[in-house]
Design a binder for this molecule. Structure first.
Ligand code: ATP
Length: 218
């Protein structure tokens, strides 16, 4: 069990906090709005919730966040509060810091401050939804960098009842099947060359975007 803190209990912060808690981790939720603190406490979404102003370094210091496995900074709208809190967390030397940015300028500032990981939930979700719309066979996609992605898709007809060796996807398309989900429960991680793809299998594929596109277009 790990120990995490989430600062800012908007929809994003609550979702991160509740997910970590549901996975069995200890979660400390922080917000300067008493109502938000009460709400996550009442719904038992986190281990503990505290009302404080995270721009105040002394208030944060008392929580011993340096000893936590990670801190998620989920303040979005209030740019000043986000930046000051990020500065405080870096000054306190938290181990792993992930900060949410609401737009490109916000992200640029956090990145220039050397915040180790900045995420753009709205932008990234928008891209994923657009991709799902354009490629109805793609169920999930995650861009590793501008060239490479991981996608989850329903096995297309042309690969059914064939082994991975026969398909030779790495050579033909520069893509690899890293996992196959079968029947909703079975999961084959790094399936071997003799693995046969069946109807209704879900494929998790990693590769360069061009290769993935070619594979999808067949
Ligand atoms: P979402 O889109 O996820 O709902 P948001 O981007 O609109 O959220 P904000 O409303 O800016 O996010 O902030 C999230 C939370 O951060 C709010 O509940 C707010 O009360 C809290 N917050 C803002 N400033 C501070 C601060 N200085 N200290 C602690 N919490 C703060």
């Amino acid at each position: 069990m790990k120990q995490f803190a989430v600062i800012g209990l908007g929809r994003f912060g609550v979702s991160v906090a509740a997910t970590l808690r549901a996975q069995g981790h200890e979660v400390l939720a922080i917000d300067n709005d008493e109502e938000n603190v009460q709400s996550v406490q009442t719904e038992e979404l986190v281990t503990q919730a505290i009302c404080l102003d995270s721009t105040n370094i002394h208030a944060l210091e008392e929580l011993g966040l340096q000893g936590f496995d990670g801190v998620i900074l989920a303040i979005g709208e209030d740019l000043q509060a986000s930046i000051l809190t990020a500065l405080n967390l870096m000054e306190l030397g938290v181990k792993k810091l992930i900060a949410k940015a609401t737009n490109a300028n916000h992200g640029k500032i956090l990145e220039r401050m050397n915040v180790p990981q900045v995420v753009f939930p709205e932008r990234d979700m928008g891209k994923r939804v657009a991709q799902m719309m354009m490629q109805s066979s793609i169920l999930e996609s995650f861009q590793l960098d501008p060239r490479f992605s991981v996608i989850e898709m329903k096995a297309p007809d042309h690969v059914l009842n064939r082994t991975l060796a026969q398909l030779n996807l790495r050579v033909k398309f520069g893509i690899s099947v890293v996992a196959i989900k079968h029947g909703g429960t079975e999961l084959a991680i790094i399936p071997g060359p003799d693995h046969v793809i069946s109807e209704n299998d879900l494929l998790v594929i990693i590769g360069d975007n061009q290769g993935i596109r070619h594979f999808l277009q067949i």
